[in-house]
Design a protein around this ligand. Structure first.
Ligand code: AMP
Ligand code: MN
Ligand code: MN
Ligand code: MN
Length: 293
């Protein structure tokens, strides 16, 4: 397994803010030619057993996955965990704690939207949340599209729900240290998700990668559905500068909303170390794949 492996190590199911079930995602990954897959729901492991079982049935190699919400320098940073033990108690407890404030935050978001005349959004968003423990901004975005406030979810995040816009509520998530430690102590590897999406200054970004590396973080998403080709080049350089392995993932949420389909991504630049080359003993190999390797 090398940079030519069609690895897609970032996507979401109905267990967080995706619209497909773990089984539907596995099927889609398989038909899209993905060789190695990970389901990385936000702050939740509820889909892991289903995803792994569906992958095994379809002959798809699988890594456990999660995307943990972290607060760092007053911004939200996402840390993807890969190849951990999904039954690790400290990781599970940490995720329960991380997602704990979401219901109150959702009420506060709805109240803020009501102030600009957009009513009923808590109930509206809840309708879209497959998992009521994990009500997210994406569910609000779907309701705002349904009711014609915006034409698509991209417009929602331009006009609402982000810093300085109606419906935005600051929230304290896990610390970087907690997220990396939970993942590592459960036997997995931590990866900085979609780094180009953050609005850090050069110094702040340097601080993020320095602290992440110091805590034992191992990877950075270089090729993701959130990066342009130029951004992938930028973060390939960051991977080399910090001695981090590189990851690749679509961040697929929904056939209707996502611009990047599962597995439909450029290959990692050849000079990088793919994170999956370091996770060989953590891959849950599908029976057919084993027979051919
Ligand atoms: P939450 O975890 O509730 O803060 O919701 C964050 C989710 O909103 C992300 O995981 C994305 O699925 C979705 N999202 C889409 N576009 C944006 C954007 N521009 N900014 C933040 N979140 C976005
Ligand atoms: Mn999401
Ligand atoms: Mn993310
Ligand atoms: Mn994601």
């Amino acid at each position: 397994m090398n940079v030519t492996t069609n690895a897609d190590l970032h996507c979401h199911s109905v267990i967080s803010d995706g619209t497909l079930t773990p089984e539907e995602l596995a099927q889609r990954a398989k038909s899209q030619g993905v060789d190695l897959w990970a389901l990385t729901d936000h702050d939740e492991l509820g889909g892991q057993a289903r995803a792994a079982a569906a992958a095994a049935t379809l002959g798809l190699d699988y890594l456990t996955g999660v995307e943990i919400s972290v607060s760092f320098l007053d911004q939200t940073v996402h840390i993807v965990g890969l190849g951990f033990e999904a039954d690790n108690a400290a990781l599970r407890q940490g995720l329960i704690q991380t997602r704990g404030g979401r219901a109150q935050r959702a009420h506060d978001m709805a109240e803020d939207l009501a102030r600009v005349g957009i009513k009923g959004t808590f109930e509206g968003a809840l309708k879209y949340a497959g998992n009521h423990d994990l009500i997210s901004r994406t569910h609000f975005a779907r309701f705002l599209v349904e009711t014609g406030v915006c034409k698509d979810t991209y417009e929602v995040f331009r006009k609402y729900l982000t810093e300085g816009k109606p419906g935005y509520v600051a929230h304290r998530w896990a610390t970087l240290r907690q997220a990396v430690t939970w993942i590592r102590d459960a036997g997995g590897m931590a990866v900085v998700a979609h780094p180009a999406r953050y609005k850090f200054s050069a110094n702040e970004e340097f601080a993020l990668f320095t602290e992440f590396k110091g805590l034992g973080g191992q990877g950075v998403e270089v090729v993701t559905g959130s990066h342009s080709a130029a951004e992938s080049v930028t973060y390939a350089d960051v991977a080399l500068e910090f001695g981090l392995a590189a990851s690749r993932g679509s961040d697929f949420h929904s056939p209707e909303e996502s611009r990047t389909n599962l597995g439909e991504l450029p290959a990692l630049p050849a000079q990088l170390t793919p994170i999956w080359s370091l996770l060989q003993d953590r891959i849950q190999r599908a029976p057919q794949a084993l027979a051919h390797s």
